[in-house]
Structure formats: structure tokens, C-alpha cells
Write a protein that binds this ligand. Sequence first.
Ligand code: IVH
Length: 714
Amino acid sequence: MSDRDTPVSELTEADAKKELARLADLLGAANTAYHTQDAPQISDAEYDQLKRRNARIEARFPALKRADSPTDQVGAAPAEGFPKLTHTVPMLSLANAFNDDDIRDFDTSVRKFLGLETAIEYTAEPKIDGLSLSLRYENGILVQAATRGDGTTGENVTANALTITERIPDGAEHPDIPNRIHGAPKILEVRGEVYMSHADFAALNAAQTARGAKTFANPRNAAAGSLRQLDPAITRSRPLRFFAYAWGALSEPLAKTQLDAIHRLSELGFATNPLTRLCTGPDEMIEHYRTIEAQRATLGYDIDGVVYKVNDLALQDRLWVRASTPRWAIAHKFPAELAWTRLERIEIQVGRTGALSPVARLMPVTVGGVVVSNATLHNEDYIAGRDSKGHPIRDGKDIREGDWVQVYRAGDVIPKIADVDLSKRPADAKIFDFPKTCPECGSAAIREDGDAVRRCTGGLICPAQAVEKLKHLVSRGALDIDGLGAKQIEQFYDDGWVREPADIFTLEERFGHGLKQLSNREGWGEKSANALFFAIRNARQVKLARVIFGLGIRHVGESNAGLLAAHYGSWANFEAAMTRAQVGSGPEWDELMNIDGVGQVMAQSLVTTFHQDAERASIDRLVAHLQIEDAPQAAHDSPVSGKTVVFTGALEKMTRAEAKVRAEALGAKVAGSVSAKTDLLVAGPGAGSKAKKAKELGIETIDEDAWLALVEGK
Ligand code: IVH
């Protein structure tokens, strides 16, 4: 067994010394690559694991700690990034579809939501593999440009975007982005994709090589790296291009249909994609997908699928947005790309929720232009060749260290293993023995009934879980603390400075001389230490949704946290409801389950977390340091905000689903049954027992027209 694989507890002093030297080299190189950005050599997870191994060896053999120990090398002063700005209209992302059936289902659900039997029109256009940009024009002048960021808050890259307006691409008549536009709405936010053509990408990489500068892995990285340059002079020298495909804030509508709006943007001087077509129904959509797919190799720029959008903007409006993706659009992704390589090792990572995730370390191989050296193996069943129901996958072939495996990569998702070539299996390859204890803390790792994942039972005592939770808390969608990233959390955790969330906020006061202590460390100066404490103080004031997301509760992702925040409005409300809720029954449980988008699994995970003493105490200690901003209530001023509404009987002007979404957007709660808490019953023809009960309880009852008049203020 090499030193690399020996558990820390079994290392001799001589082994440990060698291993520390190896880790110092590896991590040093990784740090350098990381700080030159856009060209990471190893994944964050891999980095973290090496870092932790290094810290454990140092903890066991303090005398062996090197002068250039990686423990002291992290925490370089945070880069002064771009100023942030809030999008007036959120920048949405798209739901994905992977096959023709998904597209038919999408069309069916759109028509079902709208209550339409007949075919409807969609636009179909290439999905550009770049990064999205929002351009704000006021009175025809480009005044601001912002990246998507988390969809709500992006980065202000105006100076860089302006350089795109100065450049006329080869073969074009004008820049892809106009500097000034005429005859447009007074306020117009144009959204689209910044990308780099294959030819420009190849030329840029050749020039970089000639200068001895780093090259880019693919055109998307090159475009992102070029747009997000702190020095606009560098962006100016990079041939960035743009396609407009959507819009944000508008002082007046652009058109009545998606296609006309795109034509209008084209007339105003924006580059729009020439492969945009109008299709009626799924057959035509899929046909256009095939046409675009056939041209993919010769387009001269990267695309990763086709985007369909409901053409009629009034229908788009009715379809509304679910969580962070619109109901009126979908991305039909191209199939994955494949390559064969050797699986060198299987490693186990422990995540924030204790999940033991097996990762395949591969002999690096190029898959569709990107070098892949890791792939996810999901869970132990997947390695054994079974799906979640026990049915064989890959014809039941298991995966072993040393195997020759087929890797597939679809878009930006983590690569996976598609197949194993048994004829190339080494004679001594052994069935992979999935650990039954946590490799990080030694606690039992168990599988609950029906769960495909084995989880460490160590909870907060497991350092891996604690660290991952902390990293999640400070991450971009949560508290978003500048200068406190994954690497700094590792450092502080290993030092014992930050062991649980609340510790972040007492860091400065606990180390009364924190500044001094920190600025004495390598990698930190007085300026960066000061900046960190400033950022931490700033992070105390935080939006409700970010706190809920930041708690890192299983199944509560960014969009679910948004739904919960919008529903409960304040931390006090949310916390009281979670404290009182009982899994499976009672009014608080029913209320939770009634939120559009909240399912049983997430609700159970939330409520259970709030009832675990240690977890709960940790949450309370954190929250005591925060000033949590209430979530904007869907619409304070609507005549139905705060009211509990029940729909019954047939609705003729809208479907039930649409009525519910619309009412919730106006701040109403929609309940399934009539009770003393009901404020309003909307009854269509054929209303039965609910109308009767409402009458008995003296609850106001109106018909669909009266409801529409009420919410539309007519
Ligand atoms: S529409 C409201 N159209 O894909 C919908 N997005 O996965 C807004 N993208 O964030 C997006 N080509 O960066 C749209 N023709 C296209 C696109 C496109 C690329 C990107 C965009 C978006 C992401 C969603």
C-alpha cells in the first residue's frame, strides 16, 4: 500500500514525513492553478480531501509540520471582485429535457395548465453554451451590464460589456451589442448569451501559448474568463460575441409574441440567432431540434441543446414562473458525449448531509473537448450494478478499481460512468467493498429503508459534515461572505477557530485580538483580515430565504428556500411553524404541505431538523447573531393578500393550477378544504359540499367572475 492510501492512524513517522512533502507539493500546485482561475487542476472536493488529510497528519505529528505547510498557505487576500447589483427582474434558468417524450410531456403540461386542448405555438432556437448577460438601456443608451450571478444578484460588468459594442466581428456589419439604440422603450433590459466562436477561441489559445500565458479549457471558460476581467482592456482584446434571446425590465411591451420581440431586438441592432423558428406542437419542435443538431458541428460556436418558448407572451404571462424556472420554456439538451478510460481508484467523500459519495478517479481523458479525471458513482447500488429498485443497470455489471470504463458528460453536469468493458478487467480486480463506517469520523454509516445513500450517523460530531455545512452556509446563495470561502473555512475549522455556524460571528470578539492573530498568519495581512471581519459584520443582515437555504437542511435547496421564505415572510413565523409542526398531521404540517412546490420528503426533512435538539440549538445560536430581513410578501397591497382562499366547482376561465399559482402570487394562501380559517370560497358551477360548509360557517362565497374582478381590480 502506498503512503497515499494508508489511513493517517497507521502512518509511521517516516511515512508521515514523506506524505506531508507530497501533499505540500500537490496542494501548492493546486493553489497556484486555482489563483490563476478558469484553469483548475483538481476539483474543489479533491482539494478539500487532500487538505484535510494534511491537517490530520499534522495533528498526529505536530513536530513534522513543514515551514511551507499547506495549512498556512490558504486564505490569500480575497480578490476585490465586481460590485454586485440586484436584477430588477430576476434572471431565470431553464428546466432541462433529455428526450422527445420529455418535450411531449412539457407541451401537455403547458396546455393542461392553461386548459387548452388545441396545439399551441412555440419558438425553437439553439441553446448557446456561454454565459448570460443582462444589458440595461435607458433612453436608448447602454447604462449597465450585469452577469446572472445567482439570478437575483449579479456582477456589474458594464465597462467590459461596453468593449463588445466597439467591435464588429469578422463578416458582420455591426457589433453584436449596440451602444445606442433608437426607437426602443425608454427602459429596456436585453438579455442574451456572451460566447466565443471556435475560430476566435483557437486563436486566443494560440496567442496565450505564444506568450506563455494559461490557455482555456473550452470556449465557454474563455468567454467567462474574458468577460469577468477586472481590467476592461483585457476584455477589449478578447473577441466576445453575443446573441440576444430574452428581456428583463421594460417600460412598455416589445411585442405580443416571443418571435416578434426577437425580431424587434434584431431591428434595434442586436445579434439574434438565425436558427430561431416558429413551431406548432411537439412534432415540429422535435423536427427543428433534429435540424439544429445536424448543423451543430458546422455552426462555429458551441451549443448544448435547443430552447423552446411559448410564443404568445400573454400565455407566457399566465404560465408564470415556478421556483426559478419559467413554466413556459424548456431546454432540450443534446445527448451526452462519451469516451473510454481506466478507473484508477474509488474514493469516498462525505457531504454536508452525511452522504457517503463514491467518486471515480480516472485516468484523464478528453470527453467532448473537456478533460475529465473524476466521475460520480452515485452510491453503492450503482457501483454494484443495480438501480434504486434493485433492477440491473449496465446489464448488472459492477464497477471495480482498475476497470476500463466509458465516461459520459452532458453539458455542465458531473461526468458519469455509462459502461464497463469486462474483457479488459484486470484478473485481480476485486468487488468494491463499500465502507460501513464513515471514513472521516469512524461513526457507523447506515442506509435507511428506501434510501439509496449510506449516511454517516456522526451528525455534528463528524468533521466532514460540520465543515461541509459551514462551507454551505458561507456560500454564494447563502450568507455569501466575501473572503470566507471553502478554503478559509477549512483553515478555521482545522485551527478550532470556527466549529459551528455561530462561531463565525464571534470570531472577531472571541479573538479580541483576532485581527492581530489572523494578520500574523501567512496568507493574511492586516488588510485582508480587516476586510474579512467587515464582510462578516455585513453578513449579519441577511434575507430570510438565504438563511433558510444556508442552514443546509437536506432537500431544502435554493428554490425551496425561496418558496418557504415567500410563504412564511419572517423568521419568527417560519421558526414558530417549524417548532409546532408534527410530521404527518396537524395544521402546521398541512400548511407546509400546501405550499406549491413543497413535497412530503422536504417537509419531513425540515420538521425533523427543527426537532433535533443539537441541530436546533446550533440554529438558534446562529440566528441570535443575525438580523433577518423579512421576505417580500407576494403582494402586500392585493385585496387577497394574507387571506385563505378555497377554490371549488368548475372554473371556466382558468385551470385550478393556474388559479392557485395566481392567488399565491397575490399573497393569498390556497387551501384544499373549507374550515373556520377560510376567508373566501370561490365557487364555480357544480360546487357541492364545500359550498355548503362555507355557508354553514358564514364564509364569504363568490363566483369566478367576481374573483377575477377582485384580483384584477376591475
Ligand atoms: S432563455 C427565461 N434562451 O441557458 C428564460 N437561455 O439553462 C431565460 N441560454 O441562464 C433563458 N441559450 O444562460 C434562453 N436561447 C436561449 C439560451 C439560453 C443559452 C442559457 C442562459 C440561461 C441558461 C438556462
